[in-house]
Design a protein around this ligand. Structure first.
Ligand code: TYD
Ligand code: MG
Length: 470
């Protein structure tokens, strides 16, 4: 059999015909790895399509008579998962479930597999990472020992493909894409060449039939081992499982979805018997009793388009010897350092001699700048020992000059706050853009929205005994 060898960059996936110290694609050093293809050039593509030498025309369908994939969605029955998928699995599609090792990808997919199998849909779970016995052990914990759920332990791509084609299940889980390898490629399983081949060949099988294929992919920190990022364009949807490993909260977030919105998030909780839906996700991230105690502020965060009420907890305590500590969970420590500086400069609240701890309740991680105001309010509340006025939530971005900017989609946040029983939202003024694209006049806000323009005003409006800060 003729062989051909290419050099594949383990970082960006670029191929080059000869070895080089630096990748021509992404300029990374020492990332090219020889990958031998045990077939003649071109034979691979042609063989895959199983076409004759000269391709002949195929029947063209009218768009009006093509049936939509939407119509045939397979709902899983776990609301938070279906929500992120856009209503359920689409037959003939391939999706990638990414996330850190140990975050719960296998658990999630085993539960999904069991749900579908109990609903009478045949499911095949292919495990390359764990033995069949290990998967059975997990299945006992999460109540997934059900009829109709097939288990196949293999690391050979060809074996996996043959079984999927023969069984034609509604769902085939491949756990994980990094542990399968094709005998036709020389690179080790998990190298970029192998991972791409595995995904591409599985995608073909999915497209040809009605099977939905779910690939598990570990996210790797360095680009040297192929991670899901190499695969994003090969699959129809990419869902990431996120969370603080020590915490129990898991967020499902879609980074790409050909069949739905990428704005949805799903909230699940890892328990002893697997992942469980969180019934009222928004209430889930508020830990303290209401009315709150000093050091706690509630904000409405937007995760995608989903509003979630989230409690920010701050503790400010006199520092011992040495430089004071600043520690955070669920929020970038640099963001907090900036807010500490803004508080000192623009609100007369100096934390130089204090240790500062900030925590996002419920194990959530917040990235959006609209959480700034809640963090600043929580810090001031802790230092001054004044709780936030009962029934108030805050949302807004703080600029270095101490001005408060409106949180995007403030109305949406306010209505969620009101649904949860809060009466008012303290935020910055929203400004409409004028025709020239300049910043226009402030837009009138509903009465439950307390509009402030500076951090000082925000503290006056939120802390229980308004004080005049010098
Ligand atoms: P797992 O699904 O194996 O993670 P991944 O496939 O993403 O690597 O989940 C591993 C973690 O989840 C492990 O630390 C134990 C925990 N876990 C539970 O807390 N409850 C459970 O019911 C199960 C099955 C796992
Ligand atoms: Mg796993």
């Amino acid at each position: 059999m003729p062989t051909r060898s290419v050099y594949v960059c383990q970082h960006c996936g670029a191929e080059s015909p000869k070895w080089a110290g630096q990748c021509p694609g992404c300029s990374a050093w020492n990332t090219l790895v020889e990958t031998v293809i045990a077939r003649g050039p071109g034979a691979r593509a042609a063989g895959r399509r199983q076409r004759s030498e000269t391709p002949s025309a195929m029947a063209v369908e009218q768009i009006s008579s093509v049936s939509s994939a939407e119509a045939r969605r397979l709902a899983i029955g776990i609301g938070e998962v279906d929500r992120v998928l856009g209503g359920g699995l689409v037959p003939g599609s391939i999706i990638l479930i990414g996330g850190d090792p140990g975050i719960g990808k296998s658990t999630l997919l085993l539960q999904v597999a069991a749900r579908l199998a109990s609903a009478g849909e045949p499911v095949l779970y292919i495990t390359g990472e764990e033995s069949a016995a290990q998967v059975r052990g997990r299945a006992e914990r999460v109540d997934a020992v059900v009829d109709g759920l097939g288990l196949l332990a293999t690391t050979e791509l060809e074996v996996a493909l043959a079984n999927i084609e023969e069984m034609a299940p509604a769902l085939a889980v491949v756990d994980s894409v990094q542990t399968l390898g094709s005998a036709e490629l020389s690179g080790p399983a998990g190298s970029v060449g192998q991972v791409r081949e595995v995904a591409a060949r599985l995608a073909e099988v999915a497209k040809r039939g009605r099977t939905c294929i779910a690939l598990v992919g570990h996210v790797t920190k360095e680009g040297t081992v192929a991670g899901p990022r190499t695969l994003e364009h090969l699959v129809d949807a990419v869902i990431y499982v996120e969370g603080e490993r020590m915490g129990a909260t898991r967020l499902l977030r879609s980074a790409k979805n050909r069949f739905g919105s990428t704005d949805e998030v799903g909230v699940l909780e890892m328990r002893g018997d697997g992942l469980v839906e969180v019934s009222d996700a928004s209430r889930f991230f508020i830990e303290s009793e209401q009315p709150p105690s000093a050091g706690s502020a509630v904000t409405i965060a937007l995760e995608g388009t989903r509003p979630l009420a989230v409690e920010i907890q701050a503790l400010v305590a006199p520092a011992g010897y040495g430089s004071p500590r600043r520690a955070t969970t669920g929020i970038d420590v640099n963001r907090v350092l900036m807010l500490v500086a803004v508080l000192a400069r623009h609100a007369g609240i100096t934390l130089t001699g204090h240790d500062v701890y900030v925590n996002v309740a419920g194990g959530l991680r917040i990235e959006e700048p609209a959480a700034d105001l809640a963090i600043a309010v929580a810090l001031a509340s802790s230092l001054r020992e004044r709780p936030v006025v009962a029934g108030s939530v805050v949302a807004g971005e703080l600029s270095l000059s101490g001005r408060v900017r409106a949180a995007p989609r403030a109305e949406r946040r306010l209505s969620e706050a009101q649904r949860l029983g809060f009466q008012r939202l303290v935020t910055g003024a929203a400004r409409g853009a004028s025709e020239a694209g300049e910043v226009g006049p402030p837009i009138a806000a509903p009465s439950a929205m307390v509009v402030v323009s500076t951090l000082r005003e925000a503290l006056q409006a939120t802390l229980s005994t308004p004080e005049s800060t010098a």
